[in-house]
Design a protein around this ligand. Sequence first.
Ligand SMILES: NC(=O)c1ccc[n+]([C@@H]2O[C@H](COP(=O)([O-])OP(=O)(O)OC[C@H]3O[C@@H](n4cnc5c(N)ncnc54)[C@H](OP(=O)(O)O)[C@@H]3O)[C@@H](O)[C@H]2O)c1
Length: 333
Amino acid sequence: MHTRTLGKDLEVSAVGLGCMGMSHAYGAAADTHEMTELIAQAVEEGCTFFDTAETYGTRENPHHNEELVGEALKPFRNKVVIATKFGIRFDRSSDAVNLPLITDSRPETIRASVEGSLKRLQTDHIDLYYQHRLDPNVPIEEVAGVMSDLIREGKITHWGLSEAKEETICRAHAVCPVTAIQNRYSMMARWYESLFPVLEELGIGFVAFSPMANGLLSGKYGKNSVFGGKEDYRSVMPQFQPENMEQNLELLELLQNTAKEKNATPAQISMAWMLCKKSYIVPIPGTRKPERLTENLGAADVKLSPQEVAALDEVLDKIPMSQVYGGASIIKK
Ligand SMILES: NC(=O)c1ccc[n+]([C@@H]2O[C@H](COP(=O)([O-])OP(=O)(O)OC[C@H]3O[C@@H](n4cnc5c(N)ncnc54)[C@H](OP(=O)(O)O)[C@@H]3O)[C@@H](O)[C@H]2O)c1
């Protein structure tokens, strides 16, 4: 698979693997042995970019995902880029399916987080360390200062911001250069396209999370799809509600038709669309299934011309669509 450069010098495969769903948000955690094999398969198929977070876990083990990813990537550590995140925890006292988030980017919390992540990931450095959400109580300059220190100490080599807006990006970058933002981006969630100019000006990469709108854009889900119960966020996501499904039929037809023309699948088209739009966009789709992993990584080989991307954008601007999931709420604690 070809590679892309995030920021000045972080080389990653054009498509990464989001590991969150192996532990969190899509029902009970998947089988550890199977996920370890899946991660090895990803490396074998050319993926070098793996995404996790200290907070992706289960009720029993809040750091399940980092442990899984660390163990699975141990044999390949020098060949891969590991990205993880600090700065939030879930409010597990809540009854909501999509647990509210509590932000905490105090320097002492970040210090404790980085040590925990290094240990669980079984590594001496994190390649890309993101602030998971902005903490309204801690100025971003202070967080960026901690990132400078961690880089100097060799504990992290690059840093980034998740769900970041323009002002935060600029203020953060002025203190310690930001390598990438990681924001929600898909054909159904295009609101961060407004950041393209500032990312280009500052030379910052865009890692796209939930690039298939949590799977909907694959065209494999319908009114009768059954999700994994109480811990499956899809059960409350607007795009998967049976009463909303009809609003997305035209969009799914557009994907089907383009897929046919390009000898690809709808999931691949949904990611080729962003890959071919900007050279600094890197989607990180997540899956638990070997055949879908191959399909998703294959998006890097699907070529759409600038005219084809623009034509898709034009249709996307007008086509009816349901609401799409926009993330869990942030609460003050
Ligand atoms: N920074 C943040 O705040 C944030 C938030 C959310 C996610 N993320 C990161 O982004 C990664 C990906 O995001 P995401 O999981 O929310 O959304 P996504 O990648 O758009 O969708 C994942 C969902 O789609 C299904 N799927 C994957 N490939 C498929 C295919 N080819 N055909 C049909 N269904 C497919 C998966 O189910 P199966 O497992 O059954 O295939 C899973 O339920 C996460 O793993 C995480 O690392 C970051």
